[in-house]
Design a binder for this molecule. Sequence first.
Ligand code: TMO
Length: 318
Amino acid sequence: MQRIAKFFWIPLLVFCCFSSANPSKNQTPINIIVNNWSSQIVLAYITGEILDSVGYKTTYSEATTNEQWGSLSQGIDHVQIEVWEGTMSEMFNRMVESGGIIDAGSHDAKTREDWWYPSYVELVCPGLPDWQALKRCASLFSVDGSDVGEYVAGPWEKPEAARIRALELNFSVSTVSEADELWVALSHARKNKLPIVLFNWSPNWVEAVYDGKFVEFPNYSPECETDPEWGLNPDFHYDCGNPKNGWLKKAVWSKFPDLWPCAYDIIKNINFDNKSIAMLAAQVDFYKESHRDTAAKWVNENKPTWKKWIPSHCVSGS
Ligand code: TMO
């Protein structure tokens, strides 16, 4: 009898003290979107670890930035931890307005996503970073012997061709299918000191390692995308650059706060600055650590930071 009683307690003990499951939290898994650039992937895993630590169940869901809006607004996926203004504001604003997703606040990081070149390019194309310099030296960026320059674009939808047309640049767009291909192209150009202009963003690992600059196009204004009359070219949209002090937001499915109230409070508090995002990206893209290890290391080394993101009412109950 005593023996049985003793064994009886073991599962209870395991449940209470060694499992992270917290029955006061809704155990429906929270699907965290994983996109296709390093800092976003690492932040997604960090978010998962923080939510796990207070007793939620989390899963990861790979989606492109195009696919994510449908899955987020239908509740198939539930969190996106890096929404960038330069590439995503249009869809983000539309989805918030239609009520499918909720704006869960901004990181401190200020963002920029635009055409970028390594510094040595200025020696052969004087006048950079002003965009008009590209009008004069387009042929330097040619890869096929023609006088048409090549711009290497990332796998995120941007109206690059529309901008090239509106600003009358003699460039064509070569779109890579993965972020890594951008870094391969950059590294090849650097080694051979070849002119290159490619899509880049900040915060990112590149700025921590290489000298270079964004091309200065005419300043962004929302009307540039909606009113052809606006800007240098009265006939076309997109005669401007991307925002220079862009926001970096978090987004959740509209039913998220009702289903997982504490998780929602935590996500609103999650906040990264430029330096930490650039550092996390460098950890993966330059020092070649895995996304998972980079996230785990950050979580391990930054407990005082992320514990502050957990409101006290989330630790014990509700
Ligand atoms: C969406 N991105 C940060 C790669 O420009």
